[in-house]
Design a binder for this molecule. Structure first.
Ligand code: IMP
Ligand code: MG
Length: 177
């Protein structure tokens, strides 16, 4: 079956917004070394574009968590693998693809705080407007988007669509119930 996709944010709009976010991050972290931590797999495309726009000394690390099965949140967040470098005393910027229920972010913040970073901020490409809960924990937001199932630019549906250069939503009729 052919999947129908509504384009919500074009590739050009994403790149423009990334330049604005990077400029803000550079200003906020002037004179500091940043540790940029990406949440796999969803954040890898966004993080790759974002770090190339940030003109600061920085290192990159990754961790991987999972909570979704077949496009639905199970509500239980599992750490699949953790970062490799210590972050005690470091300025850490966590990069997420999307904050939906906020379960994953809540889990990750708790986890990273135990590692005693000097500072911990969050940058999420997307924020679903329905969920107001974690809004004040996210310091940099790319786009606020409607409460639909989002794919593209790193985000997947059962592993597919991560490589699309734009952000889109799957048409309802094509989603699994
Ligand atoms: P949360 O725990 O409900 O906030 O969801 C967080 C994670 O679930 C995100 O980091 C994504 O990996 C995934 N996720 C949530 N909503 C979507 C979506 O609309 N499309 C693709 N992945 C999503
Ligand atoms: Mg994710």
């Amino acid at each position: 079956m052919k999947q129908k996709i509504d384009i919500l944010v074009t590739a050009a709009e994403i790149q423009k917004r990334i330049e604005d976010l990077a400029a803000q991050i550079e200003k906020d972290y002037k004179g500091k070394h940043l540790v940029v931590v990406g949440v796999l797999k969803g954040a890898f495309v966004f993080m790759a574009d974002l770090v190339r726009c940030i003109n600061l000394p920085l290192t990159c690390d990754f961790l991987r968590v999972a909570s979704y099965e077949e496009n639905k949140s199970t509500g239980i967040v599992r750490m699949e693998f953790d970062m490799t470098q210590p972050i005690a005393g470091k300025d850490v910027l966590l990069i997420e693809d999307i904050v939906d229920s906020g379960n994953t972010l809540r889990y990750l913040l708790k986890h990273l705080e135990t590692k005693k970073p000097a500072s911990l901020k969050v940058c999420s490409l997307l924020y679903k407007e329905m969920n107001k809960g974690m809004r004040d924990q996210i310091h940099y937001i790319g786009f606020t988007i409607p409460n639909r199932y989002i794919i593209g630019y790193g985000l997947d549906s059962e592993g597919l669509y991560r490589s699309l250069p734009y952000i889109g939503a799957l048409r309802k009729a094509f989603l699994k119930e």
